[in-house]
Design a protein around this ligand. Structure first.
Ligand SMILES: NC(=O)C[C@H](N)C(=O)O
Length: 347
C-alpha cells in the first residue's frame, strides 16, 4: 500500500471565520477527512502531521527551512509528501524547499483560496488532487510541484496570479505540467526538477533585498539596502530588465563593491535580457545576473541560497553558481553560438 505523509502548516485551507477575521483552526487530520470526501484513495495510506498553524504571510525563512527538514525526514519513509500551505507565500516556500530537495520522492504543495468553513470550499478538492498526484507513479522524479485548481504546476516559475479566484496560480510559459480531475491523473509535460543548492542544516538565509522600479525611481532604496548590510540585491526591473538612470548607476556601484545584483522583471511573464543602453545592457555588461523569467521573490531565494554557500565578496563565484542553476533548470539559455551579438564592439 502506498504511503504518503501530509504536513499541515496553516493557511486559508485550514481557516474558519472568526470575529477577528479568518484564523487557522483546522488540523491536518481534519483536512484529510474533507479531502477523502471528494475523492476516496483506495490503496493509499496517508499519515497527517501538523507542522505549523499560521497564515503564510507570517512565515519566515527559518520556518520554511524547518519545514524542509520535516519534509526530508518524511521523504525517507514515504512514497510522496503533500504540504498544505497558505497561498500568500506558497510559491516562495515551495521554491525554497525545492532548493533543499534531492530525492525522487515527490513533494506537492497545495492550499486554498476559500476557508475550510466556506459553503463551497476549494481546499478539500485541491488537497485530494495533491494526494492523487503524489500517489501516482507519474509524479516520481518531479521534485517539488504545486497542485491547485486541478492543475499541476512546476515550482520554478510558479506565481500567484489572482488574489481571489480559485485558479490562483500559474507558471507562465512553463505549465501546467499535469492535470488531476474526474478523468484521472495525467502528466502533460516532463518536469525538470530544480537542482538542490542549499546544504542540509542551514538554519537561516543571508539578507537579500528586492528593490522595485517605478517611474522616476532614484537610488535611495539601494543606498538604504546597503546601510542594512545586504549581501545581495534583486531588482524588480521595468519590462525586459531596465532600470532608471539613477538605479542603473546604483547597481553598477554595488557590483563594483562586490555586492551581487540579480535582475528580474516587474512584468508577470517573460524573460529579462540586457537590451537597452543606459538600462539592461549596462547592467549586463557590468556583471548583473539576468534571472530569466524567475519572479523577483524566487530570484531572491535563489541568490540567498547561493550566498549561503559562497565566501562573502566572491562575486564571480556567486554569478557562476546562479547561472549554472538557471541554465540547469532551463530558466536561461546556455551560451548559444548562433545568437546575434547584443553590442557592436566597434562602436
Ligand atoms: N489563500 C491563502 O492561503 C491566503 C492566506 N493569507 C495565507 O497565505 O495564509
Amino acid at each position: 500500500m502506498a504511503h504518503l505523509v501530509l504536513l499541515g502548516t496553516g493557511g486559508t485551507i485550514a481557516t474558519r471565520a472568526t470575529g477577528e477575521g479568518r484564523a487557522v483552526q483546522v488540523g491536518a487530520a481534519e483536512l484529510l477527512r474533507a479531502a477523502d470526501a471528494v475523492w476516496p484513495r483506495p490503496g493509499v495510506r496517508v499519515e497527517p502531521h501538523d507542522v505549523a498553524g499560521r497564515a503564510s504571510f507570517a512565515a519566515r525563512p527559518t520556518d520554511v527551512l524547518d519545514l524542509a527538514g520535516r519534509i526530508a525526514s518524511a521523504v525517507a519513509v514515504a512514497e510522496g509528501v503533500v504540504v498544505a500551505h497558505g497561498t500568500d507565500t506558497l510559491e516562495e516556500s515551495a521554491f525554497l524547499v525545492s532548493l533543499t530537495h534531492s530525492s525522487p520522492v515527490p513533494v506537492v504543495f497545495t492550499g486554498a483560496q476559500r476557508p475550510f468553513d466556506d459553503p463551497a470550499p476549494d481546499g478539500p478538492r485541491n488537497l485530494a488532487a495533491a494526494l492523487r498526484w503524489a500517489a501516482s507513479p507519474q509524479s516520481r522524479g518531479t521534485g517539488v510541484t504545486l497542485a491547485f485548481a486541478d492543475q499541476i504546476l512546476p515550482v520554478v516559475g510558479a506565481r500567484k496570479t489572482h488574489t481571489l479566484a480559485l485558479r490562483a496560480f500559474a507558471a507562465p510559459g512553463r505549465g501546467p505540467v499535469g492535470q488531476v480531475d474526474e478523468a484521472g491523473v495525467r502528466a502533460l509535460a516532463t518536469v525538470r526538477p530544480a537542482p538542490p543548492l542549499l546544504a542540509p542544516g542551514v538554519r537561516d538565509l543571508p539578507r537579500v533585498e528586492i528593490v522595485g522600479q517605478y517611474l522616476g525611481a532614484d537610488a535611495a532604496a539601494f543606498t538604504d539596502a546597503r546601510s542594512r548590510g545586504v549581501r545581495g540585491v534583486v531588482v524588480a526591473a521595468f519590462g525586459s530588465g531596465n532600470t532608471t538612470p539613477e538605479a542603473t548607476r546604483a547597481c553598477l556601484r554595488l557590483l563594483s563593491d562586490g555586492v551581487p545584483v540579480v535582475v528580474t522583471s516587474r512584468v508577470g511573464e517573460g524573460p529579462v535580457v540586457g537590451l537597452y543602453a543606459g538600462g539592461g545592457a549596462d547592467l549586463a555588461a557590468a556583471g548583473a545576473v539576468f534571472a530569466g523569467d524567475l519572479s523577483p521573490w524566487q530570484a531572491r531565494l535563489l541568490l540567498a541560497c547561493v550566498l549561503a554557500g559562497t565566501t562573502p565578496g566572491d562575486l564571480d563565484a556567486v554569478r557562476d553558481r546562479c547561472l549554472d542553476w538557471l541554465r540547469e533548470t532551463g530558466t536561461v539559455s546556455s551560451p548559444d553560438p548562433t545568437s546575434p551579438p547584443r553590442k557592436d564592439p566597434t562602436r
